[in-house]
Ligand binder design. Structure first.
Ligand code: SF4
Ligand code: SF4
Length: 92
């Protein structure tokens, strides 16, 4: 099991989640972040930090965001790690 980043993350300019992760799980995509499910230790630190509630525990991902479970796993292998807060993630 792991935590999963979902659609509300698109275009986040704050990346508040990244700095609290003890396990360097976050990966930076063009439009959103992803969590590497292999690295995530289910600590729950990131979830309450996200201002738009984009992060869910895998078992609690809403039905409409189920595809993001697989997407995080796939994209985590293709995108670089991000460790520090960064602005902006995506310009309109
Ligand atoms: S805090 Fe993290 S998960 Fe939440 S929207 Fe911003 S980058 Fe995405
Ligand atoms: S649950 Fe913990 S280990 Fe997993 S991504 Fe969030 S902060 Fe990192």
């Amino acid at each position: 099991m792991a935590y999963v980043v979902t659609a509300p993350c698109f275009g986040c300019k704050y990346t508040d989640c990244v700095v609290v992760c003890p396990s360097e799980c976050f990966r930076e995509g063009d439009q959103m972040l992803y969590i590497d499910p292999e690295a995530c230790v289910d600590c729950d630190a990131c979830r309450p930090e996200c201002p738009v509630e984009a992060i869910f525990y895998e078992d609690e991902v809403p039905t409409e965001y189920q595809e993001f479970i697989q997407l995080n796993a796939e994209m985590a292998e293709k995108t670089p790690p991000i460790f520090e807060r960064k602005t902006p993630l995506a310009e309109p």
